[in-house]
Design a protein around this ligand. Structure first.
Ligand SMILES: *Cc1c(COP(=O)(O)O)cnc(C)c1O
Length: 392
């Protein structure tokens, strides 16, 4: 069975499943052994070697979805990010890093790369020229994340991969927001694809995991570092992730359909100053999204109109949950100024376009009419208290 010809839903449900030869059960059994035979075997298996049966099999599903030769499952998104960066970057190397990347990745680089004598430059913007102007003689890698958090800006995958190739650098992408259902960076020449599987791959806000996909050669390099850093995932959670990924296409499609319609609804709402969603025609990267994505995703952000209190809005919501994380089947909502970007000064946030009234919505699968009703009643509640403040 050639995996490349399989449809996305078939890959999600079947690729990498472990046949239950003993009892003929219909789902993969869990192998919890932390100790395996070492004589007369092809592979010496050990959980921290990322090669237990469940880990190895689930990696095949991720590889198939990302059009990659191989993949590995990690204990968290950050285990995947840190292992990948440290596998390829050595003392004396330079990495160009996209501005507006995930806070943990930014912190890893800013807090620790000096100690490792790895040189880095954050870009000023997301255009390919801004990446080009950061290149140095010793640039080994360009690191990107698209769509970005929280303003959903896009980076041109083709342009970045060409820039890197022309300069003998490799490219790494954090593909968490797009998911492999909507974006396959390897098709555009990107070398290594990372996911926080805590987000859409997991999709139910109940597991922490990560994944990396690339060529077999690159994965061998990553494995060499990974087995020493030790960021593998427990086989229980690997099994849960396999279970979750069976419905990845269904979830992402339902979430993005909601997001698209809700973005249009918010865009017309007088209590909303601005909506950031690549699916809207007036989004600056709408055309690029059409070119490199198969859909616009289920993350969006919006600014409440001036005078409306964003914190009070969140508190007034009854169905949509204020929450740090994202990508679960339930809608969650968050204030970047209070959570993901709270460590920046208000001036730094303003420079990035992140105001105190900016709200990020990870759209879930709930019925749209109920989500709209919830937003309407919360807007009404903050509008009436804004009115009272003005009158008093
Ligand atoms: C959450 C997240 C991460 C980190 O993943 P963890 O599983 O929390 O370690 C990395 N990148 C992006 C884009 C994320 O949203």
């Amino acid at each position: 069975m050639s995996e490349e010809k399989l449809g996305l839903n078939t890959i999600c449900t079947h690729v990498g499943e472990i046949e239950d030869k003993q009892f003929k059960g219909s789902v993969s059994p869990i192998y919890l052994s932390s100790s395996y035979e070492f004589m007369d075997v092809d592979v010496k298996r050990y959980p921290r070697y990322f090669n237990t049966p469940n880990q190895e099999h689930l990696a095949k599903k991720v590889a198939a979805l990302e059009h990659a030769e191989a993949a590995m499952i990690f204990g968290s998104g950050m285990a995947a990010v840190s292992t990948t960066l440290l596998a390829f970057l050595k003392a004396g190397d330079h990495v160009v890093v996209q501005k507006d990347i995930y806070g943990g990745t930014r912190n890893l680089i800013e807090a620790h790369f000096d100690n490792f004598k790895i040189d880095y430059t954050f870009t000023n913007g997301l255009e390919v020229d801004e990446f080009a102007s950061c290149l140095k003689e010793n640039t080994k890698m360009i690191y990107i994340e698209t769509p970005s958090n929280p303003l959903l800006k896009l980076v041109d995958l083709n342009a970045i991969s060409e820039l890197a190739k022309a300069n003998d650098a490799m490219t790494v992408i954090d593909n968490t927001f797009a998911t492999p259902i909507l974006q396959n960076p390897i098709d555009f020449g990107i070398d290594v694809v990372i996911h926080s599987a805590t987000k859409y791959l997991g999709g139910h806000s109940d597991i922490c995991a990560g994944a990396v996909a690339s060529t077999q050669k690159n994965m061998d390099t990553i494995w060499d570092m990974a087995k020493n850093l030790g960021g593998s995932l427990s086989d229980f959670t690997v099994w849960m992730l396999e279970r979750s990924m069976k419905t990845l296409v269904l979830r992402v499609k339902a979430q993005q359909k909601n997001a698209r319609k809700l973005a249009k609804y918010l865009n017309k709402h007088e209590a909303i100053a601005k909506v950031y969603y690549p699916g809207l025609k007036d989004h600056p990267d709408h055309k690029l999204a059409k070119k490199q994505m198969r859909g616009y995703g289920a993350m969006m952000s919006f600014d409440l109109a001036d005078g409306l209190d964003a914190k009070a809005f969140l508190k007034a919501l009854k169905l949509i949950k204020p929450s740090m994380s994202l990508a679960g089947i339930e809608s969650t909502i968050m204030l970047p100024s209070e959570a993901s970007h709270s460590l920046l000064t208000p001036e730094e946030r303003a420079a990035q376009g992140i105001g105190d009234n900016l709200i990020r919505w990870s759209v879930g699968i709930e019925s749209r009419k109920d989500l709209i009703k919830d937003v309407e009643q919360a807007i009404e509640s903050v509008s009436s208290s804004a009115l009272q403040t003005t009158n008093s």
